[in-house]
Design a protein around this ligand. Structure first.
Ligand code: ADP
Ligand code: TRP
Length: 324
């Protein structure tokens, strides 16, 4: 029996290279070894995306994005969260065993609240819905970027608590966070994120790549001055796109002097284009095939829903709402 792999990518706009290296690539790399459930958490996105048009468009887009980077719909169960209504049922049950002070410790909630006191209840209970996503499928491994570590830990805590109160029911999931890509920096050096406007799109056109890289801020050191590669936002991105030899060479020229930031940016642009061009081409192959996308979601949703219903039969019995 293969272990269960599950992770979600919200339909909240175009994915970026941080999403790719932090999570999407891992789903592709592990699709043979695990029984895989890449999915689209559309109800999570509803905390911020409140336009039917945008929601529909981005759900279809995320499926195409996943196909373009090499997820094989014959091997994985690609589905959308709203096709598994048992998840929201389980969320209510988890709501009732999770305390408010515990949820208030979530970093994502604290950040959101610091920015806007008027946040919706969905933002607050977000980790509970995520715990339901993970636990309802008996997930073993959850590949994510570092920003999601706490959410996966909360899913473990909720599983442990349920098991303690109602008896052994849920598996304890582990997050899988790859060390060298746990936080991909954006063009400004902060974590790359859709909400910071510092992204490089995973399927960006050449001009967008040029504009993003040219906009990376640097200090004012001249070409011949020695530079510290670890302090440089351009170099941080070279680490993702350069061969080891090329990276060593760039680093040496930073230290010795002789490489200006303009040249460094030109190399980065070339390498990012080499990386993105084939992905963009691949994406075009699927882009006009909405029927194919819908068929994949129907199939994946069927599998995910059936597993979820089996699990919920057990849960309903354990909590005593099933009368026999
Ligand atoms: P964003 O912060 O851009 O809204 P999401 O929250 O949609 O990204 O993240 C989707 C997945 O991509 C998650 O697993 C998350 O951990 C991962 N991820 C997002 N940004 C990064 C990053 N800069 N570095 C590594 N992983 C990331
Ligand atoms: N919270 C995740 C993010 O922002 C998305 C997500 C929802 C998820 N449910 C999940 C990720 C379950 C992994 C497992 O990226």
């Amino acid at each position: 029996m293969k272990k269960i792999l599950l992770s979600g990518l919200k339909p909240t706009g175009r994915p970026h290279i941080g999403n790719y290296f932090g999570m999407m690539k891992q789903m592709v790399d592990m699709q043979d070894e695990y029984e895989s459930f890449p999915f689209i958490p559309d109800y999570h996105a509803l905390t911020s995306v409140q336009s039917a048009e945008d929601m529909q468009k981005d759900i279809v887009n995320v499926v195409i994005d996943f196909l373009a980077i090499g997820l094989d719909p014959e091997k994985v169960n690609l589905f959308k969260q709203s096709d598994v209504p048992q998840v929201t049922e389980l969320m209510w049950i988890f709501n009732c065993i999770t305390t408010m002070p515990y949820l208030m410790r979530a970093h994502a909630f604290k950040d959101a609240e610091a920015k806007n006191k008027d946040i919706n209840v969905g933002v607050f209970s977000y980790p509970i819905l995520m715990a339901a996503d993970i636990l309802i499928q008996d997930t073993d491994v959850v590949p994510v970027g570092k920003d999601q570590r706490q959410h996966v830990e909360m899913a473990r805590d909720i599983a442990e608590k349920f098991n303690r109160i109602f008896g052994e029911t849920f598996k304890l999931p582990e997050s899988k966070i790859l060390e060298n890509v746990e936080v991909i920096p954006g063009t400004d050096g902060q974590k790359m994120s859709k909400s910071y406007g510092n992204t490089i799109g995973l399927f960006a056109e050449d001009e967008e790549i040029e504009k993003a890289v040219m906009g990376i801020p640097t200090d004012s050191k001249g070409v011949e001055e020695s530079k510290d590669s670890e302090e440089c936002n351009i170099f941080a991105l070279h680490k993702l796109f350069s061969s080891e030899d090329e990276l060593g060479d760039i680093k040496r020229r930073y230290v010795e002097g002789g490489m200006g930031y303009k040249e460094s940016k030109d190399i980065l642009i070339k390498n990012i284009k080499n990386f993105i061009t084939p992905l963009r081409e691949k994406r075009k192959e699927f882009a006009d095939n909405k029927e194919f996308v819908l068929e994949i979601l129907r199939k994946g949703g069927g599998v995910a829903r059936q597993r979820a219903e089996e699990k919920m039969k057990e849960v309903r019995k354990k909590i005593g709402v099933e009368l026999n």
